[in-house]
Design a protein around this ligand. Structure first.
Ligand code: CP
Ligand code: NVA
Length: 304
């Protein structure tokens, strides 16, 4: 694997390889036989805020023997003075050994990867959040034994990056059912649904109670994604029926997981009570970012 730019660009085999290597990384933490990033310096270029992704990549790079340099959007001429992505990429390509990028445009990450020639990892764009969903697959495997044959119900903003990566995971893996519960205005775009293809096993449902009925996993994300702050009041009003509360959890299947990629806004997409009851799953989700991203780092560093 040369880069990790999206789930869309992965094969079923690559997804399975990342999840299984992530599980192995977790089991052998602190005792790794190989340090594939030894003597390598990776850059983290983040134009949006981050807690989990930044910490897990910085720790992961160090645990694999490498060094990490962090740049926020305004540190670089690219963010503050309009230097083209291509020029930034050509400079970094001559100095660094890899890049992890969190930004707005998916195109910018793809341009950076192509122009720099560096192994490049998408740490979230407006289009996808691939590392999150790869880590979530590991969490579901740990908690339910497998995701195969399960029904995963995503509730909230169905048009943002997290559900898009879930939809591509459903399309590529082809072995679970995904329900996107969202009002019509926040449905995945018709273009994306068409690109997924009919075999993706993705269903859109406007009624949150019907969507949650019998589900194995209830999954949510913030209602106001980074970059959408100007629409905050409208989004909070439009999405208020889609929060995960005790009543919705009762509609899900017995032993259903409640998952949240975090950060959480209690009383909005999830109640404080549901979050606390499910905190062990939700914070294991966060921890698994570290293990799965170490798998991704070692696969792209080897370039195989
Ligand atoms: N879930 C996630 O990506 O968290 P951060 O925004 O804190 O990195
Ligand atoms: N959809 C959210 C994910 C945060 C991890 C956002 O883009 O802000």
């Amino acid at each position: 694997m040369k880069n990790l730019l999206s789930i869309e660009s992965l094969s079923r085999e690559e997804i399975l390889e990342v999840v299984s290597l992530g599980a192995a990384m977790k089991a052998s933490r602190g005792r790794h036989a190989e340090h594939p990033l030894r003597h390598r310096c990776w850059g983290l270029i983040f134009s949006k805020s981050s807690t989990r992704t930044r910490v897990s990549f910085e720790v992961g790079i160090r645990e694999l023997g490498g060094d990490a340099l962090f740049f926020n959007g305004s540190d670089l001429h690219m963010g503050s003075r309009g230097e083209p992505v291509e020029d930034t990429a050509r400079v970094m390509g001559r100095m660094l050994h890899g890049a992890v990028i969190r930004t707005f445009s998916q195109q910018d990450v793809e341009t950076f990867a192509r122009t720099s020639g560096l192994p490049t990892i998408n740490a979230l764009t407006d289009a996808e959040h691939p590392c999150q969903i790869l880590a979530d697959l590991l969490t579901i495997q740990e908690r339910l034994g497998t995701w195969r044959g399960k029904t995963i119900c995503y509730l909230g903003d169905g048009a943002c990056n997290v559900p898009a990566s879930w939809m591509w995971a459903a399309a590529r893996l082809g072995d679970f059912r995904l329900i996107i519960a969202a009002p019509a205005k926040y449905r995945p775009s018709a273009g994306l649904l068409a690109r997924l293809g009919a075999s993706a096993n993705v269903v859109c449902e406007e009624d949150p109670a019907a969507a949650a009925a019998g589900a194995d996993v209830l999954y949510t994300d913030v209602w106001v994604s980074m970059g959408m702050e100007a629409e905050a009041a409208e989004r909070l009003a439009d999405l208020r029926r889609y929060g995960i509360d005790e009543r919705l959890v009762k509609r899900a299947g017995p032993g259903a997981l409640v998952m949240h990629c975090l950060p959480a806004y209690r009383g909005k997409e999830i109640t404080a009570g549901v979050l606390e009851v499910n905190a062990d799953t939700i914070f294991t989700q966060a921890e698994n970012r570290l293990h799965v991203q170490k798998a991704i780092l070692s696969l792209v560093a080897k370039g195989g």
